[in-house]
Write a protein that binds this ligand. Structure first.
Ligand SMILES: Nc1nc2c(c(=O)[nH]1)N(C=O)[C@@H](CNc1ccc(C(=O)N[C@@H](CCC(=O)O)C(=O)O)cc1)CN2
Length: 440
């Protein structure tokens, strides 16, 4: 019998109300022992919550009860919605932990159980993880579509069409056994396989947009020391663009700022923040920033004068989109070539132009911009494999060898089944569920 797992699902820190979720075979026992009465299935009740050992009243709260299998995890699920004080949460958690076979949930473990119990497929799990991580409106919309089966429905349709083809081909194998010529319409099969491959390719073509929405459009701010890189970041952080979050490398300057440009997350990275450090915690942050910087979609080279622009050449050689920005435009002696962009972090001059420029680079890179169907790397790789397998089936179909073709079609169908996690994903599960926070 599986353990019963429990966790605070409502986030860390002081809040008005905290939600504690309990899932598994002991959930009912915990509810009956701690609450004065368990509400009817799929209802909520107001109850005193006690420590059954001492009889102490821990809190007065709401109790939610979902009997298996109609629950988020597919198991018996109990919820205590209690007052959010740290000591209240600690006392309730401590008490639940005294029940046999009850233990704290790992991050993502509720969702993992939902997946293992057939409540969700893997694309839906990935959508849910993105939904919980979403900071901007576009991220929310993309994640929600995936959570609701955007890709899964399509892939199931493709798999069904393959299965129909397999039935045709296998029927022709049976006819051959009876000494008749195989009724094998290879051209019709090739046509259908090519239509399928076209649809898979069209879905794959949306993955770049999906990646930009999920990971953000990365702008690296580079240039000589004291060119005003941190000041620019700080100025943008304090202006009219909506700041979603800042991730300080240390207590000092900002290293990364995430801004929300029309729903597209744009990550501004200060290259000066990328430096060697002995602090292991800081290093994790810096490594992440460095990886982002290596994949920058746009480089802003900041300098006070043309003489300082030599360093920009390295980026240009790399083929990275690069924009030269003159800083400190409020200086009395400032002169500007008409081709240059000038800003002053102090007065705010030029900042709207700079933001406009970033906005248009986003739409240059992301020309299609249609909602993404493929939203994770895993999905992209599995579909690329399916596309290649369809290619092999297309090559084999005209050979008139039904056994061979049936085998290729079977492999295509397996590749599609891996997208939704019906088969062949065991080795990936840990990394997918580890993305979740505690309590999910
Ligand atoms: N308090 C609270 N709020 C929450 C959650 C939660 O667990 N607790 N959720 C947690 O993620 C989300 C809601 N997700 C849920 C998903 C499925 C079921 C559920 O009961 N599913 C049943 C019945 C479906 C139906 O009636 O249509 C099932 O799948 O059989 C409940 C919550 C968001 N809000």
């Amino acid at each position: 019998m599986s353990d019963t797992i429990y966790a605070v699902s409502s986030g860390i820190g002081r809040a008005g109300v905290a939600v504690i979720r309990i899932s598994g075979p002991q959930a009912r026992t915990v509810g009956e022992a701690m609450a004065s009465a368990l509400p009817a299935d799929r209802t909520i009740g107001y109850s005193v919550l006690r420590d059954p050992g001492s009889g102490d009243v821990l809190d007065r709260g709401l109790v939610l009860w979902f009997a298996a299998p109609r629950s988020f995890t597919g198991e018996d699920c109990l919820e205590f919605q209690i007052h959010g004080g740290r000591a209240v949460i600690a006392a309730v958690l401590r008490t639940i932990g005294t029940f046999p076979a009850c233990r704290p949930a790992e991050p993502g473990e509720f969702t993992k159980r939902a997946y293992l119990n057939g409540k969700m497929d893997l694309t839906s799990v990935e959508g849910l993880a993105d939904l919980i991580d979403s900071d901007t409106e576009l991220q929310r919309q993309q994640a929600m579509r995936q959570y609701e089966g955007g890709l899964a429905r399509r892939v199931d349709g493709w798999r069904l069409r393959l299965i129909e083809l397999m039935a045709l081909v296998e029927a022709s194998i049976d006819f051959a056994d009876e000494g008749e010529a195989p009724a094998f319409q290879s051209q019709a099969i090739v046509d259908e396989l090519e239509r399928l491959r076209g649809e898979v390719r069209a879905a794959l073509a949306t993955s770049r947009h999906g990646e930009i929405v999920r990971e953000g459009f990365v702008v690296l701010i580079s240039g000589p020391p004291n060119a005003g890189k941190s000041s620019l970041l700080n100025a943008i952080a304090q202006r009219d663009v909506a700041i979603v979050s800042d991730i300080p490398g240390t207590t000092r300057d900002l290293v990364e700022v995430l801004i929300d440009l029309d729903g597209v997350p744009v990550v501004l990275v200060d290259s000066a923040g990328i430096r060697e450090t002995d602090d292991p915690v800081e290093r994790i942050g810096i490594d992440r920033v460095r990886r982002r910087a290596e994949h920058a979609d746009l480089v802003l080279w900041l300098s006070e004068a043309k003489a300082d622009d030599a360093g920009a050449e390295a980026y240009r050689k790399d083929g990275r989109p690069l924009v030269l920005v003159r800083t400190k435009a409020d200086r009395a002696d400032f002169k500007l070539d008409s081709s240059e962009l000038a800003i002053s972090a102090r007065t705010g001059e030029g900042l709207p132009d700079l933001i406009g420029l970033i906005r248009s680079s986003v739409s240059d890179l992301d020309k299609h911009g249609e909602p993404a169907i493929v939203t994770s790397d895993r999905q992209r790789l599995v579909l690329l494999d399916a596309e290649a397998r369809l290619g092999r089936a297309i090559a084999v179909a005209p050979l008139g060898q039904p056994e061979l073709l049936a085998e290729e079609l079977r492999r295509c169908a397996l590749a599609f089944a891996r997208v939704s996690g019906k088969v062949g994903v065991e080795d990936l599960l840990d990394s997918i569920f580890a993305r979740f926070c505690f309590g999910k």
